[in-house]
Design a protein around this ligand. Structure first.
Ligand code: 4NP
Length: 168
């Protein structure tokens, strides 16, 4: 997953959940926010998608947006479905839970992109069962929990990638 990151060849990440309206838009928004804070916008292209087609075209869930806004993070995504061609397109594919990881890996028929496909909680110092819990059917507490997991995982992910940046 690591390579030289330059302005000419920015690092491309995509966060993936089921609906692309709760967890992966939070990943996209939080990672973009952290990148912006460090002035590294030219070095990263950040996106999100869902493994399902349930919510294509929709903005992030209002509870996800409200929670992110409480932390000064804006969620600007419109839901799109993860495509097989995305396996080649992105440098890093971050699945929000094990079910979505399995579905993405299933699309990678001969395993040639296996090294790019990770779990969000691979970057969490307290990974629990490895999945970011689906907040969709629960209350606000679940959305705040998602935000906190995603925030600390994205901080660690950016810390891992930052040494690969080659500025000139
Ligand atoms: P997400 O949450 O995968 O974090 O966007 C969900 C959104 C919608 C559904 C399930 C999970 N749904 O069943 O429609």
């Amino acid at each position: 997953m690591k390579r030289a990151i330059t302005k000419e060849n920015p690092y491309k990440l995509i966060f993936v959940c089921l609906g692309n309206i709760c967890r992966s838009p939070t990943g996209e928004g939080v990672f973009q926010h952290l990148v912006n804070e460090k002035g590294l916008q030219s070095y990263f292209q950040i996106d999100s998608a869902g493994t399902s087609a349930f919510h294509i075209g929709e903005p992030a869930n209002s509870k996800s947006q409200w929670t992110a806004n409480q932390h000064d993070v804006k969620l600007n995504s419109r839901a799109q479905q993860f495509q097989q061609s995305d396996l080649k397109e992105y440098d890093l594919i971050v699945a929000m839970d094990k079910e979505n990881l399995k579905n993405i890996k299933h699309m990678d028929k001969d395993g040639s992109f296996d090294h790019k496909i990770k779990l969000m909680r691979d970057f969490d110092p307290t990974p629990d069962d490895g999945s970011v819990p689906d907040p969709y059917y629960g209350g606000m507490q679940g959305f705040e929990n998602v935000f906190q997991i995603v925030k600390r995982s994205c901080e660690n992910l950016l810390n891992e990638l930052e040494p690969e940046i080659e500025s000139n």
